[in-house]
Ligand binder design. Structure first.
Ligand code: DGJ
Length: 722
């Protein structure tokens, strides 16, 4: 798996199908030599010296210049002029750090990253970790580069731990991973972008000279960009082309991009956004970067996505609900908004239980003086006007219907009109003398403070202890502004946003560990913090506030570039849709939601008998098929970004069931026929579909004949391998 060739000073990080090769040049410089399909032959380190051709580079190694080398973890201030992996300001004001190879270890397994989420390994996994210590002798700083190889998953994770043995200094940038690509050729960068209600749409653009970057400065990974990028060969498709995926296990400000120089060499990078960030390390202190997950596929985007899906579903998500079936829930938000009573909630639950829904979730508005979004956040006790008998009584009534009871929280926030804020005005992120701007009438609590974190832990745990609550929706509805902490000194204010994340992860670890039987779902005005960091604590996310079936085709398709359908909560809501005012057929709404974590978000009492029948049947189908959607392999066949159709195929783990989901956006009158080619089938085997038999080879070579004749038509074809 990880091999060290001592004679040539080369590290081979081999997964089943890929190799990643690092060399030590001149006993000092860590150079990046290869990342791609698995190599059978050794690599020649002299390849780096062939880069000796740039006239204006200063020479720091005889005839050679590290400015011309592909480096593993670069610094700025000496010879390399590119965007550095690591940048620091030392006590003498200098920004120069020189990191040279000192030693390395190779060990089985994977260490846990202190205070941060990350992938993990289990008992028999073929997983090894290479730790390389780099050292700056003048400043006595160690940087430990961690590379974990998940052999069977075809994934490599990377992070860096910075240890200060010398004088106090300030980290200005510390990337989780950088990869220098020798010659990029014609390449594209793909990322996932959007906004509230249209999260994770796919953006692709040609890579040109200069820096192409996506980032967040919002204090959350954000709906605007997702902490992921893929560098692909131009025109890479779902099953063709080189694709290099970079995904960051982090929920805060991030940066990801690629800087290309005049020789068409590119430095790809991903990590905490250096903008507005600095972190002081006193003597003896250390800093751990978040983890980056690197996936290479020589067979296009689809294979890369399937690798991420499997790794994130089984080695990032944790706890009871990682593998066990989750809930089919009804959420009252779009049915009632803030206007509900115990009676109304029970009546919604009752109707839902009649059609097979197993969980009733009470959303925003149950606590403090919360009658609209202007007040009450932070006061985590029942609103006596709405719930005079308390949560316990409501939970009992829901349980009596044979259903689980779930509850909404937004623990990281506070309304100025709340007891919490009146008692602790300094508990919010703020900067003295500056107006603190409200978003949705709320401010952000300062989770860089331990006392604030402990308040959140106590109040959420207190509520969860007082009633039988088996599901929690953990919401977060504003980005950070006027960021500052009342308790950190001036020179540490640049740490606040990262310390907030560490505080949040501490809180989530405590609460989720304390309630291992509770299913947690994360949310940030929908998908504003849909990232691997949150998935470590909560195995599913409210994908978007936009539950319109047509919009969801794109949101879910884009999300699936990195994240498995098992992580996407998806609900059937009322029409006209509350976000886009569009009306789509009930059947399509059920079908589009079904591959995700299925549920409802409407008052079923207002549905017609026909709709209730469809909903009931959808739940029956979902229960039968959910394992295929959630644990099977996903193939994207037709993109709703590029065509009028969305076609997605799921193959069960045992490969016996194949589900083809086809949804049309617009009607095309008298539409031309088209064949939808399936993928990943056994070409030798026949498959049955509604009594008809098709060869696997025919379905893959020719496809299934499909005629798109009506607006918003939606089909599910279930093939069985014969
Ligand atoms: C935003 C969420 O995305 C919605 O689903 C809902 O929970 C509201 N917040 C409640 O305020």
């Amino acid at each position: 798996m990880i091999k060290y060739d001592k004679d040539n000073k080369l590290f081979y990080l081999n997964t089943k199908s890929t190799s990643y090769v690092i060399g030590i040049f001149d006993n000092e410089v860590l150079v990046h030599l290869y990342w791609g399909d698995r190599l059978k032959n050794p690599v020649n380190i002299n390849i780096v010296t062939q880069m000796k051709r740039r006239p204006l580079s200063a020479r720091d190694y005889g005839d050679y210049s590290t400015n011309d080398f592909p480096l593993e973890y670069s610094t700025f201030g000496s010879v390399d002029m590119r965007l550095p992996a690591f940048d620091a300001v030392h006590s003498d004001g200098s920004r120069i750090t020189k990191l040279v190879y000192a030693e390395h270890t190779i060990a089985k397994g994977k260490p846990i990253l202190n205070g941060l989420p990350g992938t993990y390994c289990e008992g028999n996994d073929n997983v090894e970790t290479l730790t390389i210590r780099l050292h700056d002798s003048l400043k006595d700083i160690d940087v430990y580069l961690l590379y974990t190889v998940f052999e069977d998953f075809n994934a490599i994770t990377r992070s860096a731990r910075i240890v200060n043995n010398g004088e106090r200094f300030e980290i200005s940038a510390a990337m989780s991973a950088t990869v220098d690509f020798f010659c990029l050729g014609d390449s594209e960068i793909l990322h996932l972008d959007g906004h509230w209600c249209r999260e994770r749409h796919i953006t692709r653009r040609e890579i040109v000279n200069g820096n192409q970057n996506i980032s967040s400065r919002f204090g959350a990974s954000s709906a605007i960009h997702n902490p992921f990028m893929a560098i692909c060969s131009k025109g890479a498709t779902e099953n063709y082309g080189d694709v290099y995926g970079f995904s960051l296990v982090y929920s805060g400000n991030f940066t990801a991009g690629i800087e290309v120089d005049g020789y068409n060499c590119g430095r790809a990078y991903i990590g905490i956004n250096p903008f507005g960030f600095n972190f002081v390390l006193e003597t003896g202190e250390e800093f751990q970067t978040p983890e980056a997950v690197l996936v290479y596929s020589g067979n296009g985007l689809g294979e890369m996505s399937r690798i991420y899906h499997k790794l994130y579903r089984t080695r990032l998500c944790r706890g009871k609900y990682r593998d066990s079936e989750r809930f089919v829930l009804i959420n009252n938000w779009e049915a009632t908004y803030f206007d509900f009573s115990e009676e109304r909630l029970v009546s919604i639950a009752k109707k839902a239980s009649e059609i097979g829904v197993d969980t009733m979730v009470l959303d925003d508005g149950w606590f403090g003086s919360r009658n609209d979004d202007r007040a009450g956040l932070g006061d985590w006790y029942e609103n006596p006007d709405k719930l005079p008998n308390g949560l316990k009584s409501l939970a009992e009534k829901i349980n009596a219907l044979g259903m689980h009871f779930g509850l909404w929280f937004e623990p990281e926030m506070v309304n100025p009109d709340s007891e919490l804020y009146r008692n602790h005005p300094d508990w919010v992120l703020h900067t003295k003398g500056r107006d603190s701007h409200l978003t949705r009438w709320q401010l952000t609590l300062d989770l860089s403070r331990k006392d604030v974190c402990d308040y959140i832990i106590d109040s959420v745990c207190g509520v969860l202890e007082k009633a039988n609550i088996e599901y929690v929706k953990w919401d977060m509805n504003r980005y950070m502004t006027e960021v500052g902490s009342a308790i950190l000194p001036a020179d540490r204010q640049g740490e606040v946003m990262h310390r907030y994340m560490l505080g949040l992860y501490y809180v989530l670890e405590k609460i989720t560990a304390h309630f291992p039987n509770v299913l947690f779902e994360s949310c940030a005005s929908g998908g504003g913090r849909f990232d691997p960091g949150m998935l470590y604590y909560m195995p599913q996310v409210w994908t978007s506030d936009d539950s319109d079936a047509e919009e969801r085709l794109m949101i879910q398709y884009g999300t699936s570039i990195v994240y498995p359908y098992s992580s996407m909560a998806a609900h059937v809501s009322a029409c006209p849709n509350h976000q886009v005012d569009r009306t789509t057929p009930f059947k399509m709404r059920c079908n589009v939601a079904m591959p995700g974590q299925f549920g409802f978000e409407l008052d079923l009492n207002k549905c017609t008998e026909k709709e209730l029948e469809l909903a009931k049947q959808a739940i029956i189908d979902y229960k039968k098929l959910q394992d295929v959607f959630h644990k099977g392999s996903c193939y994207r066949l037709k993109s709703p970004f590029e065509t009028n159709l969305s076609a997605i195929e799921f193959i069960s783990e045992d490969e016996k069931t194949v589900i083809l989901c086809v949804d049309c956006k617009k009607a095309i009158p008298n539409a031309p026929e088209e064949f939808i080619k399936l993928e990943g089938l056994d070409k030798e085997s026949p498959y049955s579909l509604d009594g008809e038999i098709y060869g696997g080879d025919y379905l893959m070579n020719k496809g299934l004949l499909f005629i798109n004749n009506s607006e918003h038509s939606s089909y599910r074809f279930i093939f069985k391998k014969c």
